[in-house]
Design a protein around this ligand. Structure first.
Ligand code: MG
Length: 397
C-alpha cells in the first residue's frame, strides 16, 4: 500500500521539490491533498498530474474555479485544516511559509498524523503547543530542514549511557537522547558573509538573492544573509531534540556539504554529508526509517578540495543572537521575533530599509514586547499581529 500524503504549500520551493521526490518514488506514495497559495497555474498542473482528492488555495471559490475544473479532476475544495486531518492521510507535509502552517500542523498532530515539517514558524512560534499535542496524541514530527534532518540522521540508532528517561523531544529519540553531548548546526554564512560593516549598509536585497549555494525562496535567502535563519533553526532544534540552548552551537561552513553535527557524551562527533539538495532531507522524512535509492545527485569527494569551519561574527550579524535569546526567554518572544523578522524582511525586499535595519527593527520590537509566559494559540497569534504593527511603526515608513 502506498503512503498517502497531504502536501500543504505545494507550489513553493519545498513543495515542488517534495513532488519531485514523490514522482521519483511513485510506487511508494500517493498524493491525496494539495494546497497552494496563489500560484493557481502551477496548482492546476500539479492537480491534473497527481489527482488528489482534496485541493485548496488561498483564493476565493470563483478564482479557483477559473483555473481548476474540480469536477473534471474529481476533487473537492478543502481548507488547510481539513486536508491536514483527512482520514486517509498518513503523512502531512507542511511546506507553507509564515504562520499559515501553524493551525494545520496542530490539527494534524491532534489527528495523530505524522507531521513532516518544513515550515519554521510552527516550532518557533508554538514549540510548547506542538510538544504538548505530540505527546498527548502520540504523534511524531519529522524535520525536513537540512540541518535538522542531519542531526536526526546522526542520532538514529544511538543509545545513551544510562537509564535516563527520554526527555521531551518531538522526533521520538528514545534512548538516543541520553547520548547527546551537544548539537552543532552549520550555516553557509549567507550571501553577505564576506561583506564588511560598511558594505552591509548598502547591500541590497537583489544582491542577497544571488545566494551562493542553496536554491531557496526570497524570505529564507534574506534570513540566511542576516543569519536569523540559523537562530530560528536553533529554536527548532531545541524543540525537536529536547536539547537546552546552551548545548546548541552554530558554525559557519561555507561549502554546505556538512549539514550539521552531533557531539556525543563520549566526545565522538558524527556529521551528515551530502550535496546541498533539499530533495535529500525531504526524501528521508518521507521514507524514514528506510533509505531508498531516489535518483538524487551524489557527493563527489574528489571534487571537494576542502571543508572549512569558522566562528560566527556576531557584530556583523547580530540577528542570530537576538533569535537565540528570544528562544531562551520563551513564551511569546519567539513569535514576536518571527513576525518582526518577516515584516522587516518585506520592507528590505521593497528597498524601504537597509540591511542592518532588519536586526535593529527586530531588536526594538522584542524590547517593546510584554510577553506571556505560557501562551495558547490565540495569544501567540495576537503577539504576531502586535509585532507586525510595532515593527512597521518603529520603521517609520
Ligand atoms: Mg536550513
Amino acid at each position: 500500500m502506498p503512503t498517502k500524503i497531504v502536501l500543504l504549500g505545494s507550489t513553493g520551493s519545498i513543495g515542488t521539490q517534495t513532488l519531485q521526490v514523490v514522482e521519483a518514488l511513485q510506487d511508494r506514495f500517493h498524493v491525496v491533498g494539495l494546497a497552494a497559495g496563489r500560484n493557481l497555474g502551477l496548482l492546476a498542473q500539479q492537480a491534473s498530474h497527481f489527482r488528489p482528492r482534496l485541493l485548496g488555495a488561498d483564493v476565493d471559490g470563483d478564482t479557483l474555479a477559473a483555473h481548476l475544473d474540480l469536477r473534471a479532476l474529481a476533487a473537492e475544495r478543502a481548507s488547510l485544516e481539513e486536508m491536514a486531518t483527512m482520514p486517509e492521510a498518513d503523512l502531512v507535509v507542511v511546506a507553507t511559509t509564515g504562520k499559515a502552517g501553524l493551525a494545520p500542523s496542530l490539527a494534524a498532530l491532534r489527528a495523530g498524523k505524522v507531521l513532516c515539517l518544513a515550515n519554521k514558524e510552527v516550532l518557533v512560534m508554538a514549540g510548547s503547543l506542538v510538544q504538548a499535542l505530540a505527546s498527548q496524541h502520540g504523534a511524531a514530527v519529522r524535520p525536513i530542514d537540512s540541518e535538522h534532518s542531519a542531526l536526526w540522521q546522526c542520532l538514529v540508532g544511538e543509545t545513551g549511557p544510562s537509564s535516563v528517561g527520554p526527555a521531551d523531544n518531538l522526533v521520538g529519540l528514545g534512548e538516543a537522547h541520553a547520548a547527546i553531548g551537544r548539537l552543532v548546526l552549520t550555516a553557509s554564512g549567507g550571501a553577505f558573509r564576506d561583506l564588511s560593516h560598511e558594505q552591509l549598509h548598502t547591500a541590497t536585497a537583489a544582491d542577497a538573492l544571488r545566494h551562493p549555494t542553496w536554491s531557496m525562496g526570497q524570505r529564507v535567502t534574506i534570513d540566511s544573509a542576516t543569519l536569523i535563519n540559523k537562530g530560528l533553526e536553533v529554536i527548532e532544534a531545541h524543540w525537536l531534540f529536547g536539547v537546552p540552548f546552551n548545548a546548541i552551537d552554530v558554525v559557519i561552513h561555507r561549502e554546505s556539504v556538512v549539514h550539521s553535527l552531533v557531539e556525543f557524551v563520549d566526545g565522538s562527533v558524527k556529521a551528515q554529508l551530502g550535496v546541498p539538495d533539499m530533495r535529500l532531507p525531504i526524501q528521508y522524512a518521507l521514507t524514514y526509517p528506510r533509505r531508498v535509492p531516489g535518483g538524487l545527485p551524489r557527493l563527489d569527494l574528489s571534487r571537494l578540495s576542502r571543508l572549512t569551519f569558522s566562528q560566527v561574527d556576531h557584530d556583523r550579524f547580530p540577528a542570530l543572537r537576538l533569535a537565540i535569546e528570544a528562544g531562551q526567554r520563551g513564551g511569546t518572544y519567539p513569535a514576536v521575533l518571527a513576525a518582526g523578522d518577516e515584516t522587516a524582511v518585506e520592507l528590505y525586499l521593497a528597498n524601504r530599509i537597509g540591511f542592518p535595519d532588519i536586526a535593529r527593527l527586530i531588536d526594538r520590537t522584542l524590547q517593546a514586547h510584554h510577553a506571556t509566559a505560557r501562551p495558547d494559540l490565540e495569544t501567540i497569534l495576537a503577539a504576531d499581529v502586535w509585532a507586525r504593527r510595532h515593527c512597521l511603526e518603529a520603521a517609520g515608513v
